[in-house]
Design a protein around this ligand. Structure first.
Ligand code: NAD
Length: 369
């Protein structure tokens, strides 16, 4: 019997990139039994709610999901499906690896970072209101608890230990946010003391943004609160080649949902233009979670070789200035087919060549950390 996985196609480019990911997952030869459920705009049309109970039940039952992005309209309307899903299912750890692939699409070919973001509280807790009747002032409450801070910091150190990573950096703003920031900082320090084998340090969020765009290779695992993590993971995606190649995973104690960092990119919806790699690398992460390590290695290698070859890549990987050799862009489905074709024939045991990209910055010994 195959792995039963909840599949949420999502909005905008979601259906295109999730069918690309499904094609590649099936090319591994592993059997999947997809439990397809709708959330977002399709669900509103069908049942009047963007996050039907059936979606939550499916994830609880299967304990694993592959998800496309879901649109959240700015301002009024429904609450974010993404935030609700994370809070309702207590998917507290959002893990977003940023790895440069073959040095393409980036000026930072050495990028290899993981952002571990607390995903259930902070400024996304949903505790907000208008202060007065004419909506001239508003408040959003930044909820930080010791329990959630402890568990996300523990999660980051466990991940660092398991994956043999170099260090864990906490990112906060404890100098200004004297309660919430300090609480997170204290939790980090106390958890770090229990992992003496893993170096730990701290950065203020503003300094961290500057550090990351100067020399990302100084960093490895980054653990932070919800809003800072959301912003930093897009920044890190940019360092590693862009949103088109940045996968992500949400973990609870017994559930896991795999979704790309990017959103529904409505302007590209239905055009077969979006980069499928982020969603395909979600399949890689999902296979690792399922213990299918060899298949995961094959998927990563097939993505790497397709990007390095640059014969069949989408527009974001074909832009002049960020690539070693500008090429005519291919479609989302063509790139997915090329990756799927390679999955059974690549040799995942060969060492990956060191990436080189144009415009890579030279080391800056004067950089203050
Ligand atoms: P976005 O990530 O959808 O798009 C930003 C830009 O990044 C796009 O215009 C495009 O240029 C590029 N891009 C994104 N994905 C790409 C891909 N696969 N291939 C090539 N280029 C890609 O961000 P946004 O425009 O801020 O958000 C659009 C909607 O998505 C909003 O409603 C937002 O709330 C939602 N969103 C959902 C999730 C999620 O479901 N987890 C995450 C982020 C944003």
């Amino acid at each position: 019997m195959g792995h039963r996985v909840t599949l949420i196609p999502g909005d905008g480019i979601g259906p295109e990139v999730t069918s690309a990911a499904r094609l590649v997952a099936e090319a591994t030869g592993i059997s999947f039994d997809w439990d397809v459920v709708e959330a977002g705009e399709a669900a509103i049309k069908a049942s009047g709610t963007p996050l039907p109970e059936a979606v939550l039940d499916s994830v609880r039952r299967n304990r694993i999901a592959l998800k496309g992005p879901i649109t959240t309209p700015i301002g009024g309307g429904f609450r974010s499906v993404n935030v609700s899903l994370r809070q309702t299912l207590d998917l507290y750890a959002s893990v977003r690896p940023s790895r440069s692939i073959a040095g393409e699409g980036t000026r930072f070919p050495e990028t290899d970072l993981v952002v571990v973001r607390e995903a259930t509280e902070g400024l996304y807790s949903g505790v907000e209101h208008w202060v007065d009747r004419d909506h001239s002032a508003a408040e959003t409450v930044n909820v930080i608890t010791r329990k959630a801070s402890d568990r996300i910091c523990r999660f980051a150190f466990e991940l660092a230990r398991r994956d043999h990573r170099r260090k864990v950096t906490a990112v906060h703003k404890a100098n200004i946010m004297k309660t919430t920031g300090a609480l997170f900082q204290t939790a980090f320090r106390e958890v770090a003391a229990k992992y003496p084998d893993i170096p730990a340090d701290e950065r203020l969020i503003d300094n961290m943004c500057m550090q990351l765009v100067k020399r990302p290779s100084e960093y490895d695992v980054i653990v932070t609160t919800n809003l800072f993590g959301d912003i930093l993971s897009d920044l890190c995606a940019g360092l590693a080649g862009g949103l088109g190649v940045a996968p992500g995973a949400l973990y609870g104690d017994s559930l896991a949902v795999f979704e790309p960092v990017h959103g529904s990119a409505p302007k590209y919806a239905g055009q077969d233009r979006a980069d499928p790699v982020a969603e395909i690398l979600c399949v890689e992460l999902m296979l690792r979670h399922l213990g299918e390590t060899k298949a995961a290695d094959r998927v990563f290698r097939a993505v790497w070789e397709t990007i390095a070859e640059k014969k069949v890549v989408t527009y974001d990987l074909a832009l002049p200035g960020y690539t070693s050799r500008p090429v005519a862009p291919s479609t989302c489905s063509a790139m997915a087919k090329e990756i799927a074709r390679k999955v059974p024939i690549v040799d995942p045991n060969l060492p990956l060549p060191a990436p080189k990209a144009p415009g890579a910055p030279s080391a800056d010994p004067a950089l203050e950390t």
